[in-house]
Write a protein that binds this ligand. Structure first.
Ligand code: NG6
Ligand code: CA
Length: 522
């Protein structure tokens, strides 16, 4: 072969390689487009402190929740669905990252000034979906920290939701009972005026500013424990705030404000696959139903805001329907932790509870390692796609990343996230075989129907909130199959099972299996 022939052969080879790789690219983009056309929208509706027994579909009889009940009846009702922790920030962290919250020692209830809890390099549901061509948004409660320490609320706030995968964010920074009491859209405080800057401090008050502790005459809602710092709209909060008068939210309008933004988001993004994390603030304290919901539950503000939340969910679903999106949208509804009645304000939650059982048949509540701390309503709905049913498969919110990734054709996974998309879609009853449960700094293990709670020295009960925490200096072992209410500790009578659970717990939890409770009680 002479030199010309060699050159010619090399050219042909190169051309062939180029053509092949072009074809591959074309194929690739065709495939992507092909998938994208069919990719369903995904909406996660996430309530705050809604208990397992707080909705009709899970047994509530004393208060109407027709819209949530309809989703459960026409979709999948999961009876063994868990939040990843018995409080908010860790549950939200785990939901978005697919990673157990106890792997991140900062994943605890955060003050309004906490830096961003999610590392910007971590995989998250919105990040994963964005790579698949989704538009991603969050409307509602955030409570995952903002900035990198010492946030200046008067400048663009970053990093935040927009730096961990959300294209659009309309949030409250922390909780309704924590300052700053303002809405933040894509990092900017809305309605802020330059001559009235916001200052926030969680340690000390600003000179001359009234507080819930010193100025009870200014309060329209009284504090019971904690919640005695700055007063906003007659409600005493956690943390001190000065300035930002025009930017402050109106508590009674919050549900409507978030609903309208969530609806607007859907309408604006209906022509592309979208992911919306719609994070309701109810029924967390302070419970401030809009006037039109006052008295609708007969149970005081806590019941009224559940009725209000249910209404919001109904209106939101109507928007999906009106936009012709119901057949192409997977809706997942759940709660960040279990229920609490008195969580720091006198608001009749205890007095007017009547026969209602927020935890249903479960023991404990918010903050508790018993079942009601983390087992929550968990419903999936997709018109025409999910055959209505009830599933007792065990699933955790940490599995949403892996499951949604599978649905969207992504290989991204969270560290602890399992692909349980078939469970969510009602095609399989094979859930997790085991799950680590968390409440504040404590963890326990569920495997099959067995729950093992290691010895913890902390108080058996939080007397402020009147909830059993699950602490006991002895090992606890329960069989949920015939003891859903965790009344019979079988640790003594079933040493073999106990040993097996202790060994598995130590294997999964490592050193953390020996951590002791450091309960934060204010
Ligand atoms: C607690 C608050 C409680 C609530 C909770 C966070 C006190 C005494 N209690 O510290 O009212 O705000 O934090 O709830 O301050 S969560 O659902 O966001 O985790
Ligand atoms: Ca919560």
């Amino acid at each position: 072969m002479n030199i010309r022939n060699i050159r010619w052969s090399v050219s042909v080879l190169l051309l062939a390689i180029i053509i092949t790789s072009c074809n591959e690219q074309t194929d690739q983009s065709n495939t992507d487009q092909g998938i994208e056309e069919k990719l369903p929208n995904i909406v996660i509706i996430y309530a705050d402190d809604l208990g397992y027994g707080d909705v009709g579909a899970y047994g509530a009889t004393e208060m109407p929740t027709p819209n949530i009940d309809r989703l459960a009846k026409e979709g999948m009702k999961l009876t063994n669905g868990y939040a990843s922790s018995a409080t908010c920030s860790p549950s939200r962290y785990a939901l978005l990252t697919g990673r157990y919250p106890w792997r991140n020692e900062r994943a605890k209830i955060l003050p309004g000034t906490a830096p961003l809890l999610i590392d910007t390099s971590e995989m998250t549901i919105p990040k994963m979906l964005r790579k698949r061509g989704y538009h991603t948004g969050i409307v509602g409660k955030w409570h995952l920290g903002l900035g990198s320490g010492n946030v200046d609320w008067n400048k663009p706030i970053t990093p935040g939701p927009n730096q961990v995968g959300f294209d659009y964010s309309y949030i409250m920074a922390a909780t309704q009972d924590r300052v700053p009491t303002v809405y933040i859209e894509n990092g900017d405080v809305l309605g802020l005026e330059a001559d009235d800057p916001i200052e926030i401090n969680y340690k000390e008050n600003f000179p001359g500013e009234p507080t819930g502790k010193d100025n009870p005459e200014m309060l329209k809602m009284k504090w019971h424990h904690g919640h005695n710092s700055s007063i906003v709209n007659g409600i005493p909060r956690i943390g001190y705030m000065k300035g930002g008068e025009k930017a402050k939210w109106v508590d009674e309008n919050m549900a409507d404000t978030f609903l309208v933004r969530a609806q607007k988001y859907v309408i604006e993004h209906k022509d592309e696959p979208f992911f919306l994390f719609y994070t309701l603030q109810q029924p967390h304290v302070p419970r401030t139903p809009h006037q039109r919901f006052v008295g609708t539950s007969g149970m005081g503000p806590r019941g009224d805001v559940i009725v209000e939340a249910d209404w919001c969910i109904g209106e939101f679903i109507k928007t999906l329907e009106a936009e012709g999106l119901l057949e192409n949208t997977l809706v997942i509804l759940s709660s960040d932790n279990g229920p609490v009645l008195n969580d720091g304000y006198y608001d009749d939650a205890v007095e007017k509870i009547g026969n209602h059982k927020p935890a249903g048949p479960l023991r404990g509540g918010k903050y508790s390692l018993f079942e009601a701390g983390t087992r929550v309503p968990f419903i999936t709905y997709w018109k025409g796609k999910i055959t209505p049913g009830v599933s007792d498969a065990m699933i955790s919110q940490i599995d949403l990343l892996g499951s949604i990734a599978a649905l969207a054709g992504s290989n991204d996974r969270g560290e602890d996230s399992q692909n349980l998309i078939d469970v969510l879609l009602g095609k399989s009853n094979n859930g997790r075989s085991e799950l680590v449960l968390e409440a504040t700094t404590r963890t326990a293990l569920r495997k099959g129907n067995w729950v093992y709670i290691p010895p913890y020295d902390g108080p058996a009960k939080n007397n402020y909130v009147n909830i059993e925490l699950g602490n006991n200096p002895e090992n606890q072992l329960y069989n949920l199959e015939d003891d859903l209410g965790q009344q019979n500790n079988l640790a003594q009578s079933n040493p073999e099972k106990l040993e097996e659970m202790i060994a598995l717990f130590a294997e999964i939890r490592g050193e953390g299996s020996k951590e002791v409770e450091q309960l934060e009680l204010k």
